[in-house]
Structures are given as structure tokens and as C-alpha cells.
Design a protein around this ligand. Structure first.
Ligand code: ADP
Length: 173
């Protein structure tokens, strides 16, 4: 009986989740969500959703590089970019879950709509909402860019690498 249980555990397919977003740039709030997801799933694929209609400060390449640098110590996390519907990406990569971060009630309505739409499109892909540590609930990429653009201290919100790229962008170095 004991042996049977072990062998069924060994043969189960890895539980893969995707974490899509624009990450313009990645913040400690995103990292918090990635760490939580990586603790629950066997593999987490951070997917930079390259939306050509969205104006971003950093290019796809720059954003991917910053994500890679930020998650380099987490073993079961991969980083890639993709265009198109994220549920399609999930299905193509055998992911069972799509991770989203929920900071506050203000995130809820949009995220709820997205989750229901995604469920209609791909009923087997489960949206999983994770809450960050409360010290990150006010944090988003836009506010970090705004503070950085005025030369404010962003060291509590992003890694050193990301902070210096922001400084460069705003020519403050
Ligand atoms: P989007 O452009 O779709 O808002 P983002 O790249 O900003 O995507 O974020 C991707 C995901 O990460 C979203 O689910 C968003 O709610 C979540 N997220 C962003 N910042 C934080 C944070 N500080 N704490 C928790 N989740 C966050």
C-alpha cells in the first residue's frame, strides 16, 4: 500500500503554473507573488505578455532580462515572453493554473472579469489569486516609474539592477 502511494506520486505530471503580466518593470510585489507560486507549484513560468497596443517604458528584451535577474535564485521559475491569449499559452505548455496577484479590492473587478472570461475560453486552466505581503499592497510598476522619474528613492520597491535601469531611463545616473 505504502509503495503504491510512492509510485503514484512519482509518476504524477508536474504541476505547472504561468504568471503573466507586463512587468514594466518587475517590482518586489511581483517577486513576492512569484515566490509564493513557486512554493506551491512544481514549475512557474513568468510570461511577459508582449502587448503591442500597450505603451511601455522598457522593451520586451529589457523587461525579460530584469525578470531573469530578479528570479535567478528561484530554482523552479522560468521566464519567457509571448503574444496572444495567455490561456492558449497555458494550454500549449501544459500549465494547469494561471497566477494573478490581488492587492486590493480595486484589483478585484477587472481580475474577476478576466478570470471568468479565461474560464470560458479554457475551462481546465484554473486562475489562482495570491495576495502579496501587506507591505506590497500599494505597489505597482506605474507608481515606481513615477517616483523614479522624479529621482525618488525606489530601493525598497525594486532590485538594485532594476533601480539602476530606471535611473538610466530617466537620465539620472
Ligand atoms: P498588468 O499590466 O496586467 O497589470 P502587471 O505586470 O502590472 O500586469 O502585473 C501582473 C500581475 O501581478 C497582476 O496580477 C497584478 O495584479 C500583479 N501585481 C502587480 N503588482 C503587484 C503587487 N505589488 N503585489 C501583488 N501583485 C501584484
Amino acid at each position: 500500500m505504502k509503495n503504491a502511494k510512492v509510485s503514484s506520486n512519482q509518476s504524477r505530471s508536474p504541476k505547472i503554473a504561468i504568471y503573466p503580466g507586463s512587468f514594466d518593470p518587475i517590482t518586489y510585489g511581483h517577486l513576492d507573488i512569484i515566490e509564493r507560486a513557486a512554493a506551491v507549484f512544481d514549475k512557474v513560468i513568468v510570461v511577459l505578455a508582449a502587448n503591442p497596443r500597450k505603451d511601455t517604458l522598457f522593451s520586451v528584451g529589457e523587461r525579460c532580462e530584469m525578470i531573469r535577474e530578479t528570479v535567478q535564485d528561484i530554482e523552479n521559475v522560468e521566464v519567457t515572453d509571448a503574444v496572444g491569449l495567455m490561456v492558449n499559452f497555458a494550454q500549449q505548455h501544459d500549465a494547469i493554473a494561471l497566477i494573478r496577484g490581488l492587492r486590493a479590492i480595486s484589483d478585484f473587478e477587472y481580475e474577476f472579469q478576466m478570470a471568468l472570461m479565461n474560464r470560458k475560453l479554457a475551462p481546465k486552466v484554473i486562475t489562482v489569486f495570491l495576495m502579496p505581503h501587506d507591505k506590497y499592497t500599494y505597489l505597482n510598476s506605474s507608481i515606481v516609474k513615477e517616483v523614479a522619474s522624479f529621482g525618488g528613492d525606489i530601493s525598497k520597491f525594486v532590485t538594485q539592477g532594476v533601480a539602476s535601469r530606471l535611473k538610466e531611463k530617466f537620465s539620472l545616473s
